[in-house]
Every structure is written in structure tokens, then in C-alpha cells.
Design a protein around this ligand. Structure first.
Ligand code: 6PG
Length: 249
């Protein structure tokens, strides 16, 4: 059985509330121990409510904003004002109202033209901010899961899940699976960066995620897709915040 913790909540709202409270606790712990806390945010739709709760009473007063360094685990290769942008989602839910330190928010800069260049730029940013490390170690990494098993933007069938040396890479999920939405290229951290995080929180809701979660949690290492095995190599504790429909396995 992989070293995963399953936190089952009644519904998607409860997933957001429970995860937000736990995130704040982890960030305060890191800030108290090290004088700063680093978090890598997940994109997609599931974490939006959680981010909004962190920026609202009562939690907004408990987040160590002055010591918090906010990164993104992946980004859709669109301009930051595009409706599909993860940065835009996080800005609307949290950054525009929360007392963040602007210089401590590190968006994945995407000009929408050259994803390879933007992945290199993202890697340079991480290497500048995590000097001397094999791979950066975020205090907390937030992730989602797609029904196809992708996490961050490590999509099955693309080269991204196989990238073992770079800290950041890019991929075109639709080149392998035209059904992936939104149909845009992605820039993402690589598997070793996820494996090196001190703690990982995965938020997943809805019955469409159940078959993949059942694979991810299965005792026997799932053969395919390879990404369903990805989280097993995490050095840190992996906690899944699931709603009841997603957790029916
Ligand atoms: C993205 C994400 C991606 C997301 C999953 C789940 O940019 O889309 O980082 O990995 O977490 O696709 O997405 P939902 O939360 O919308 O189901």
C-alpha cells in the first residue's frame, strides 16, 4: 500500500474548507521553523474555493502572508489574462484580495508563444530561488488529478512525465489526447520536483476521478498509465482530500 493518507470529506465545499485549514497549518509550521514558507499551487477548478477561503475571514488572518512564497506547479500556455490561465484563477480567488507580498508571488511567465523558452525561464526562476539544490523542495505542493491520471501538467503519453533532470518542462497534451481541456500547451514542474516536496496535498472531487484514484491507491503498482504511479515516489507525505463520490473505491 503506498504511503498515502486519505481525507474523505462530505462534498467539494468540505474538501475546500478542510484543505484550506490544513494548508494554513503547514505554512505556519514551516514559517515558524524556517522564517519562510514555500508553496506550489495547483491549477484547474478544484482548488479555487480553497484559495478563496485562505483570502477570507477567518483564515486570512492566520496565513503567514509576510513569510509566504507562492509558486505555481504548472500553467496553461496562455497569457495571464486569459480565462484558461491558472495565474488568473488564483489571482481572482486569492491574490487580488489577500495581503500577499507581491515580490513573493512567482507566476510561471507565459507569453503564449514559445513554451520551451517559458519552461526554461521557469526553471531559471526556480534555480535562482532554490540555489544549491538537486531539486527544489517546496514546504507544500498542491496538486489535482485528471481522470486520465495527469497531475500538474504531467500528461500521460507526452514526454513530460519522463523528464528526470530538468526542473521544469512543457508539453502539448492534445498531441496525444485531443479530449484534454483546455486544448492548450502547458508548462510544468517535472516529477523529481514533486517527489522532493516536503508535503503534497492532492484535492480531487467527483465520481469521474474515482477509477483513476482507485488505481493510484491500489496495493499492486498499476501498470498504466505511468502517471498513476508517479506519486508513489514522493519523499513527503501525500494527503488526498477527496469528496465522498471521488472516494468510492
Ligand atoms: C491544470 C492543473 C491540472 C489539474 C487537473 C484537475 O492546469 O489543469 O494543474 O493538473 O489539477 O487537471 O483539474 P480540475 O481540478 O479542474 O478537475
Amino acid at each position: 500500500m503506498p504511503n498515502f493518507v486519505r481525507q474523505v470529506c462530505k462534498d467539494a465545499n468540505a474538501v475546500g474548507t478542510t484543505a484550506a485549514e490544513r494548508i494554513v497549518a503547514v505554512l505556519n509550521d514551516a514559517a515558524a521553523k524556517k522564517g519562510k514558507a514555500t508553496i506550489a499551487l495547483a491549477g484547474g477548478s478544484t482548488p479555487k474555493q480553497c484559495y478563496a477561503l485562505m483570502a477570507s475571514e477567518p483564515l486570512v488572518k492566520k496565513v503567514p502572508w509576510s513569510k509566504l512564497h507562492i509558486y505555481f506547479g504548472d500553467e496553461r500556455h496562455v497569457r495571464p489574462d486569459n480565462p484558461d490561465s491558472n495565474y488568473r484563477m488564483v489571482h481572482e480567488a486569492m491574490l487580488k484580495t489577500a495581503p500577499v507580498v507581491k515580490d513573493q508571488v512567482y507566476a510561471i511567465a507565459t507569453d503564449g508563444k514559445d513554451p520551451a523558452a517559458d519552461a526554461e525561464r521557469f526553471e531559471k526562476l526556480l534555480k535562482a530561488n532554490f540555489p544549491g539544490n538537486d531539486f527544489p523542495s517546496f514546504d507544500l505542493m498542491l496538486l489535482g488529478i485528471g481522470p486520465d491520471g495527469h497531475t500538474a501538467s504531467l500528461f500521460p503519453g507526452t514526454p513530460a512525465p519522463k523528464e528526470m533532470t530538468k526542473w521544469a518542462t512543457w508539453c502539448d497534451p492534445n498531441s496525444f489526447n485531443p479530449a484534454i481541456k483546455p486544448p492548450v500547451k502547458r508548462v510544468t514542474v517535472t516529477p523529481p520536483v514533486i517527489w522532493n516536496a516536503a508535503q503534497i496535498f492532492v484535492m480531487a472531487t467527483g465520481a469521474e476521478k474515482t477509477p483513476m484514484l482507485s488505481k493510484i491507491f491500489s496495493d499492486n503498482e498499476p501498470a498504466d498509465p505511468p502517471v498513476s504511479r508517479l506519486l508513489r515516489k514522493c519523499k513527503g507525505q501525500v494527503t488526498f482530500f477527496l469528496d465522498e463520490p471521488a472516494a468510492k473505491f
